[in-house]
Design a protein around this ligand. Structure first.
Ligand code: 1HE
Length: 264
């Protein structure tokens, strides 16, 4: 039997998911997508945050081009493949649990689509981003036209795809593809260390606040302003029913809570 594509483990209430096909640069074949779908469909109830990382020097080389070549998929076959990616990545983005992607090396094609479904992207300084589909005679099919375009703007995505240009970690951060770049002078931590630190901090937030943040903001961005404001009010009202709201507010009122301070 083939080794699983995903290794999964837990650190307290943090789920750690590792792409585990380094010899193929973690390229995504049909089985890999099915495993991602399966994990994100069945997140254990005690898991508060998920950290998604990858074995080897590269996060993910995108669609398994060998499988795609060998299967000689027709239009309907590939439409189905794309829909299976959409379903799996939707579960990452809209599963209600914050997902942090810890990146290194290639984050390209479908690898960038996968990273774009995460809520936070922490990049090692070795990270590079590209959408080489145009140069391979294919097109994005794992959600980049929706998610990556939302992050960097549709026009920037058009330019990246037409030219096949490769962005380094710092250029990626400037466009929003990474929220943090690590392993450099400004931030000497490894991407994993910082990802874990962020995961632990986020796990300490109220469960319902995290749910609202990852479930409503990107959806509200797709709504009209009127609908969005209504949805925001509803979401806030639901979050308000959380068990620890009064405790957390009480800590502030009683001067026991941290203050919001500038970091420098
Ligand atoms: C692969 C794949 C892959 C590597 N599918 N097998 N994605 C791309 O166009 C990226 C294609 N890959 C690369 O450009 C490079 O492999 C990397 C920059 C990621 C890494 O380079 P390197 O020198 O470290 O590794 P390598 O020698 O190129 O690859 C090692 C092995 O992984 C090799 O197989 P081997 O049998 O010769 O050992 C490669 O063939 C294999 N490999 N990448 C299959 N992608 C739903 S639509 C989504 C659209 C897309 O994602 S398009 C794909 C874009």
């Amino acid at each position: 039997m083939a080794a699983p594509f995903l290794l999964t483990t837990e650190l307290d209430n943090i789920g750690i998911v590792t792409l585990n096909k380094a010899h193929k640069r973690n390229a995504l074949d049909e089985d890999a997508i099915a495993e991602i779908d399966e994990y994100f469909s069945n997140i254990p109830e005690h898991i508060r945050v998920i950290l998604m990382k990858a074995e080897g020097d590269h996060f993910c080389a995108g669609l398994d081009l060998k499988e795609h070549h060998d299967k000689e998929r027709g239009a309907v076959d590939f439409l189905r493949v794309c829909q299976s990616w959409h379903r799996a990545f939707d579960k990452i983005e809209h599963g209600g649990i914050p997902v942090i992607a810890c990146l290194q090396g290639a984050v390209v094609g479908g690898g960038l689509e996968l990273a774009s479904a995460a809520h936070i992207r922490v990049a090692d300084s070795s990270t590079f981003f590209a959408l080489p589909e145009g140069t391979r005679g294919i097109f994005t099919g794992g959600g980049a036209t929706v998610r990556t375009a939302k992050i960097i703007s549709p026009n920037r995505m058009i330019e990246l795809m037409l030219t096949g240009r490769v962005l380094d970690a710092v250029e990626g951060e400037r466009l929003g593809l990474a929220h943090y770049v690590c392993n450099n002078e400004a931030n000497p931590k490894t991407a994993y260390e910082l990802s874990l630190e962020l995961a632990q901090r986020i796990a300490g937030n109220a469960l319902l606040s995290n749910y609202a943040i990852v479930s409503s903001i990107s959806r509200i961005a797709d709504m009209s302003a009127t609908d969005g404001l209504f949805a925001e009010g509803l979401m806030a009202a639901v979050v308000q029913t959380g068990r620890d709201v009064q405790d957390r507010l009480g800590e502030f009122v009683n001067k026991k809570a941290h203050k919001v301070k500038p970091t420098k």
